[in-house]
Design a protein around this ligand. Structure first.
Ligand SMILES: Nc1ncnc2c1ncn2[C@@H]1O[C@H](COP(=O)(O)OP(=O)(O)OP(=O)(O)O)[C@@H](O)[C@H]1O
Ligand SMILES: [Mg+2]
Length: 237
């Protein structure tokens, strides 16, 4: 069997002595969208932190493009091609939109930062319009665009998003999902946690239902949407 492009495999660990994750496995292929859903407190954000290196694993490993990166710091993982948008506090509210994007490029030493910023402004034109405004003055959906844009500034191969559509209207959610599809089509893998489970699974190549820190269901997005048990328990019928 081929190795997934990114995999957190059999991840067990938590905060202090208490394990939150129990042999949890998440994977995504190149240019694909993998979506993680599950009830509040299931450990979705914890699993994302584990994949990004913000949580010490007691067991399990994380591999990117075949390389074991389990022991690398988050910053070293960014250098390897990972971008992460956390669930909360994912922008600098007192800085302008453009300063946020510049901060995102902190590890880059090459000359191409302006080109990448131009690409992000093409993807999210409203950010170009508001580039000199404080990010904290933007709407919820626009702030999420800033957060995604910031993570794209390092030109990641994998983009991890923890609830990118939290608190936005259905229309703004659809727009964000369209942009996420566009990012995936450019070859970037997307590993994303979503509360809007049904809509997210519709755009997912692969879906995971996480319950109490463990994999409950894993299948294609389509198959999960069609599964009566998944529908009843996790998608509101
Ligand atoms: N920093 C922390 N220290 C201790 N316990 C934590 C910490 N962060 C989360 N937890 C606990 O770990 C469990 C999983 O939390 P986590 O935030 O990963 O869930 P989640 O699935 O992302 O939930 P939500 O849908 O609300 O975002 C919860 O019981 C939570 O209280
Ligand atoms: Mg969470």
């Amino acid at each position: 069997m081929a190795h997934p492009f990114l995999i957190g495999e059999n991840m067990t660990g938590g905060y202090g002595a208490v394990d939150i994750l129990h042999s949890c496995t998440l994977a995504v292929e190149k240019g694909e969208i993998a979506v993680i859903v599950g009830p509040n407190g299931a450990g979705k954000s914890t699993a994302m932190k584990a994949v990004f290196g913000m949580l010490k694993l007691r067991q399990g490993s994380v591999r990117l493009n075949g390389e074991d990166i389990s022991r690398l710091s988050p910053q070293a993982r960014v250098r390897k091609g990972m971008g992460f948008v956390p669930q909360t506090q994912n922008i600098f509210t007192s800085m302008t939109v453009e300063e946020n994007l510049e901060m995102g490029a902190f590890i880059r030493e090459d000359e191409g930062i302006q080109d990448t910023m131009a690409q992000i402004y093409d993807l999210f034109p409203i950010l170009k319009e508001k580039r000199h405004q404080a990010a904290g003055e933007l709407s919820g959906g626009q702030r999420q665009q800033v957060a995604v844009g910031r993570a794209l500034m390092t030109r990641p191969q994998v983009l991890m998003l923890d609830e990118p559509t939290a608190g936005v209207s259905p229309i703004v959610m659809d727009e964000l999902f369209d942009r996420i599809i566009e990012i995936a089509r450019s070859g970037i893998s997307i590993l994303m946690v979503e509360q809007n489970a049904r809509q997210a699974l519709e755009i997912a190549d692969k879906g995971y239902v996480l319950v109490q820190g463990a994999n409950r269901y894993s299948d294609t997005g389509k198959a999960l949407l069609a599964d009566p048990e998944v529908r009843k328990s996790f998608l509101g019928g």
